[in-house]
Ligand binder design. Structure first.
Ligand code: HPA
Length: 254
C-alpha cells in the first residue's frame, strides 16, 4: 500500500482507462470507506485506487459524485476533504463536457483555464471549515504552471490541446439550444455537470488543480442535435489515451 501520495486524480465519465495504467495498486471500494457516498451513475466504478503512475505515488478516484444524483454539496466534495487529510498537494480532474466554442470538435481535449460556477448551491456554503478562509481567493483556480507543462508535453507528443472555460451546471438534462447559447454568451467554452464543486473545495484546501475536459458532443445552438449518455461515454473512451498521456507526463515531470 502506497504510504503517502501527494497527487490525486478524479476520473470522469468514460475516463477509467487511466486507472488501468496505475501499477502496484491497492483498491478500496467506496462502500468500505466510512462516510463515503456510493456512486450510482453508469460508467462510474466507485473505488479509490492507490498506486504508481509516471513513477510517482498517486491516488485515483474512479467514479465521482454528482449533485444531480441527489448528493448534498458536502457529499459531492467529501472525497476532496479526504484527499486533503491524506496530504494531497495536487489534484487532476477530468470530465466529459459539451463543446460550445465553435472551433471545437468531438474528441478534443480542453485544458480548463477557468470555470463558471453555475450550480444552485455553493460547496462552501455553511460554517467555514478552516482549511481556508471564509472568502477564498479564486484568481487562479487552475494552476498556470501545470497548464504550461501540459502545453509543452502536447507539443512534444503532437497532441492538439484546446484551452477554455468550463461552465459547471447541475444537470441532469443536457442543455436546450437556448441554454447552450446562454452559457456560450456567459463565457463558457464547454459545459458539464461536475468538477466545479471539487475544484472549489480543493482550492479552499490549498490544493493545486489541473483540469481537463473531453469534448464529447457539441452544443447545437444553430442546428440542434440529440445528445445521449452512451454517445458521451463512447466519445470519452475514444479520446482518453490523449488525456492519459498528458496527465502521466505531468505527474512524471513534477
Ligand atoms: N452538457 C452537459 N454536460 C455534459 C455534456 C453536455 O453537453 N456533455 C457531457 N456532459
Amino acid at each position: 500500500m502506497t504510504a503517502s501520495p501527494k497527487t490525486a486524480i478524479i476520473l470522469g465519465t468514460g475516463l477509467g482507462q487511466l486507472a488501468s495504467e496505475i501499477t502496484d495498486t491497492t483498491e478500496i471500494p467506496y462502500k468500505d470507506i466510512p462516510n463515503f457516498p456510493v456512486s450510482t451513475v453508469e460508467g462510474h466504478a466507485g473505488k479509490l485506487i492507490f498506486g504508481k503512475l509516471g513513477g510517482k505515488d498517486i491516488m485515483a478516484m474512479e467514479g465521482r459524485f454528482h449533485f444531480y444524483e441527489g448528493y448534498s454539496m458536502k457529499e459531492v466534495t467529501f472525497p476532496v476533504r479526504v484527499m486533503y487529510e491524506l496530504g494531497i498537494k495536487t489534484l487532476f480532474v477530468s470530465n466529459a463536457a459539451g463543446g460550445m466554442n465553435p472551433e471545437f470538435h468531438i474528441g478534443d481535449l480542453m485544458i480548463i483555464t477557468d470555470h463558471l460556477n453555475l450550480f444552485p448551491e455553493h460547496p462552501l456554503r455553511g460554517k467555514n471549515i478552516p482549511t481556508g478562509p471564509r472568502f477564498p481567493d479564486m484568481h487562479e483556480p487552475y494552476d498556470h504552471e501545470l497548464i504550461a507543462m501540459a502545453d509543452q508535453i502536447a507539443e512534444e507528443k503532437g497532441i492538439t490541446l484546446r484551452h477554455g472555460v468550463y461552465a459547471g451546471v447541475q444537470g441532469p438534462t443536457f442543455e436546450t439550444p437556448a441554454e447552450y447559447r446562454m452559457f456560450r454568451i456567459m463565457g463558457g467554452d464547454a459545459v458539464g455537470m461536475s468538477t466545479v464543486p471539487e475544484v472549489i473545495v480543493a482550492r479552499h484546501c490549498g490544493i493545486r488543480v489541473f483540469g481537463v475536459s473531453i469534448i464529447t458532443d457539441l452544443g447545437g445552438f444553430d442546428n440542434p442535435v440529440e445528445v445521449s449518455h452512451e454517445e458521451v461515454q463512447q466519445a470519452a473512451a475514444t479520446a482518453q489515451p490523449k488525456m492519459t498521456t498528458i496527465m502521466r507526463e505531468i505527474i512524471a515531470r513534477s
